[in-house]
Design a protein around this ligand. Structure first.
Ligand code: NCD
Length: 300
């Protein structure tokens, strides 16, 4: 593997072997502590992040790598007007791998085009977030014991939510049945639907979950992506469209799992956290093992 820009850069075999590797690492993380002791990894975060950056950095440190980078582009030369391409050319001469997040869709691809070292996309605007999808798939496998033939509901901001884009493309290897539940203005983008159609994936688009809730195996909630709206009033009108609380959680079966890439805002009430079906904090923690597996598996 060279760069990881989209979840579609991995075929089914690569994806499942990475997940198997993450499972092994989770069982015995200390075995891998020196794997990358000769590597320097750069984390370049041009856009806010808590989980993804810290999880990558913790993963890198746990496999022995050293870190450079920034968590806030306002402290980098971007502030002086340096282009993304120039920043990447410089950093790729200093580090062995670049992990980057950027507000513009396609930014990771632009970076990869000028980088001398592998680039991992840690989120590019409304584009993709492949490592989130990988940790989501790892978590689904761990909890459902299979990835095949699942009914998966994606709920919320399916237009701007890059985790949904990557996860729906990534799970397409496993014969899923998708329900995309959103207000019409936040529907899943045409390119994603096109890709699913090409792969003959069954999906339907709905504006509420009432009817389909009892069949769902995986409920994937998402945040309405405020930062991608130009109009605050428009954001306000859709932000609370779907709320998972103790009451609405009753619609879903006992074996359904509740997932969310986090951060959540109002779409999942804190009262749901104690529900055994709520696995979003375990899901976030799984990012560590998955990213250790990924960092070790990259071709440097
Ligand atoms: C997501 C992201 O950044 O796309 N967060 C994450 O990486 N876990 C989801 C979000 O911001 O809503």
């Amino acid at each position: 593997m060279k760069h990881l820009l989209s979840i579609t850069d991995l075929d089914k075999k690569e994806l499942t072997s990475l997940i198997d590797f993450a499972t092994q690492i989770k069982a015995n993380p200390a075995l891998y502590q020196d794997k990358l002791s000769d590597k320097i990894i750069a984390t370049l975060f041009f856009e806010p992040s808590t989980r993804t950056r810290l999880s990558f950095e913790s993963a890198a440190l746990r496999v022995g790598a050293k870190l450079i980078g920034f968590a806030d582009a306002s402290t980098s030369s971007t502030q002086k007007g340096e282009t993304l391409e120039d920043t990447i050319k410089i950093v790729s001469g200093l580090a062995d791998l670049i992990v980057m997040r950027h507000p513009a869709s396609g930014a990771a691809k632009r970076a990869a085009a000028v980088s001398k070292v592998p680039v991992i996309n840690a989120g590019d605007g409304s584009g993709e977030h492949p490592t989130q999808a990988m940790l989501d798939i790892f978590t689904i496998k761990e909890n459902k014991k299979t990835l095949e033939n699942l009914n998966i509901a994606f709920v919320g901001d399916l237009k701007n939510g890059r985790t949904v884009h990557s996860l729906s493309l990534g799970m397409a290897h496993f014969n899923p049945n998708y329900y995309f539940i959103s207000p019409p203005s936040l529907a899943v983008p045409a390119e994603i639907k096109q890709a699913l159609n090409l792969n003959k994936i069954k999906f339907s688009e709905l504006t509420d979950w009432q009817k389909i809730a009892p069949q769902i195996d995986v409920l994937y909630m998402t945040r309405v992506q405020k930062e991608r709206f130009n109009d605050v009033a428009e954001y306000e009108s859709v932000k609370d469209a779907y709320i998972l609380n103790a009451n609405s959680a009753r619609l879903f079966k006992s074996t359904c799992i509740f997932m969310h890439p986090l951060p959540r805002v109002t779409e999942i009430s804190a009262e749901v956290d104690a529900d055994p079906r709520a696995i979003y904090f375990d899901q976030a923690r799984n990012g560590l093992w998955l990213r250790m597996a990924l960092l070790i598996s990259m071709k440097y």
